[in-house]
Design a protein. Structure first.
Length: 490
């Protein structure tokens, strides 16, 4: 690639904020392309035309018609722009697959759409067509970046298509979701029979969209350096650890960024009191507001522990109830916002009812309250058993709320433990424990509470975290450097 050439990127995703969102992938799909565009990358997002997407884009217009996709009838490709950022969108208009009530992956009854293999094979196939010589558009990408299993067939389709084709990058946001379907669909979806093998799309006797992406892509990325290491071994490789270990030279971990405009305590629209690293007085005022709002004793000196999370085994929050009696003896207050496993929800509700002055549990999700907890809490708890990247630990540092985290994935990569050495060199931003056990979590919280008792030490940890750069600009520069390296290599 010539230095003066403006790099062209097609970003293939099943969801993007604010049009359609089921999880963090939607936020990444909005923020990363926008940050890359700021760096001069000519980026376009390819997205299925779900009902809510079509309704939210009144200015969409026809870009192309595709007849030879391998799917029945005509597929229309529409042009639009992502609200707020203006990043160009390419929307697949194929009503029989996408314009239906329910979510992007499941129906109103919580069941997977029975034709998900076909629905996301079409997304993958359009990504491959646009990345190859038969594209109906004048615009041709240098790189097609695929995100999670829903676009995992794109590298396979391109591999078996006539050259020249764009380079492909497969980005894994969570290895636990792999797009597993019956093997007979391999040829039905337009892949050659030869692709169904160990050296191809076959995965323990099934067809895996994610395996296809991991095997055929020119390069693989995931959302933190530590997670890139973890998925090369059991259990976090989820059966693909051998392939990922084999491709370790083609595997890069880049930590996600956060929206520093949405998550900024100096300007946060949800906070009654703003503050910064130079003046933390507003943080204490937010703590009083949080205590009052949730009916806790309004004591400025008692340390307040915050949780905003799905209440699941993965998030490690089943470890917390066992240590509550010991924690309340310090004493502390605990605020929990989230939903998930019914047994955990009931356990936290019971604890709040038994200790109304010290524990509050709000089941569900509330955006404004999540911001207030980040600002009003003194310590944030995030004991995930595994966490590909994670966002709340970064929000917490920006809000002067040192997090307690398990040393896994993006948590390990983004939180600097408050060891004596890191306190002396000015890098400490939180508290990290190595074993996801009741004892490990309790010992780490106790260490954080001891530090909280030393106000000068605590302030240094807070300010260190608030001055870190978790912006998408930093992550986007790493992606841009990787794109250029991949293009030079192939």
């Amino acid at each position: 690639m010539l230095p003066q050439t403006r790099l062209k990127l097609l970003f293939v995703t099943p969801e993007v904020t604010p049009l359609v969102k089921t999880g963090g992938l939607a936020d990444v799909s909005a923020a990363l392309p926008a940050a890359l565009r700021e760096l001069g990358v000519d980026v376009r997002i390819l997205l299925p035309g779900y009902s809510r997407v079509m309704e939210a884009l009144p200015d969409k217009r026809l870009a192309a018609k595709l007849l030879n996709t391998g799917f029945h009838g005509e597929v229309q490709l529409l042009e639009a722009a992502l609200p707020d950022s203006g990043v160009p969108l390419l929307v697949i208009d194929y009503p029989q697959f996408y314009e239906r009530d329910g979510g992007p992956y499941i129906d109103h009854n919580g069941h997977d759409w029975v034709d998900n293999a076909q629905r996301f094979a079409l997304l993958s196939k359009i990504g491959a067509i646009l990345g190859g010589p038969s594209s109906p558009l004048d615009w041709r990408p240098d790189i097609v970046q695929c995100n999670d299993w829903q676009s995992g067939l794109t590298p396979a389709y391109l591999h078996f298509s006539p050259p020249p084709g764009a380079a492909t990058i497969m980005t894994i946001h969570n290895m636990a979701f792999q797009g597993i379907f019956p093997p007979l669909l391999t040829t039905a979806l337009g892949l050659p029979p030869s692709s169904y093998s160990v050296n191809g799309v076959e995965y323990y006797g099934q067809l895996s969209f994610l395996k296809a992406g991991v095997f055929y892509a020119n390069h693989i990325t995931t959302v933190s350096p530590t997670y890139a290491e973890e998925i090369q071994e059991e259990p976090l490789g989820f059966g693909m650890q051998g392939l990922l270990d084999h491709r370790y030279l083609d595997l890069t971990g880049i930590v996600n960024g956060i929206d520093i405009h949405e998550w900024n305590p100096a300007t946060d629209k949800y906070l009654p009191h703003h503050y910064s690293a130079d003046d933390l007085s507003g943080k204490a005022a937010n703590k009083r507001t949080l205590q009052h709002k949730l009916g806790l004793a309004e004591n400025p000196d008692i340390p307040l522990l915050g949780v905003v999370s799905r209440l699941t085994y993965q998030k490690g929050l089943d470890l917390l109830p066992a240590i509550v009696p010991a924690l309340l003896g310090h004493p502390v207050q605990i605020v929990i916002l989230g939903s998930g496993e019914a047994a955990l929800e009931e356990e936290f509700i019971a604890l709040a009812q038994a200790h109304p002055d010290q524990i509050a549990a709000v089941i569900g999700f509330n955006e404004g309250l999540s911001h207030l907890i980040e600002a009003g809490a003194d310590i944030f708890l995030m004991p995930s058993r595994f966490e590909p990247c994670g966002l709340n630990q970064m929000y917490s540092q920006c809000y002067g709320t040192p997090p307690v985290v398990h040393a896994t994935g993006g948590l390990r990569d983004t939180v600097v433990d408050a060891t004596p050495e890191n306190m002396n060199n000015g890098t400490a931003t939180g508290f990290v424990f190595n074993h996801a056990t009741v004892h490990g979590l309790q010992a780490c919280i106790t260490r954080a509470l001891d530090a909280y008792g030393d106000k000068n030490r605590w302030n240094r940890i807070q300010v260190n975290g608030m001055r870190r750069d978790f912006s998408w600009n930093k992550s986007a520069r790493e992606y841009l450097a990787l794109y250029e390296e991949v293009l030079q290599r192939i």
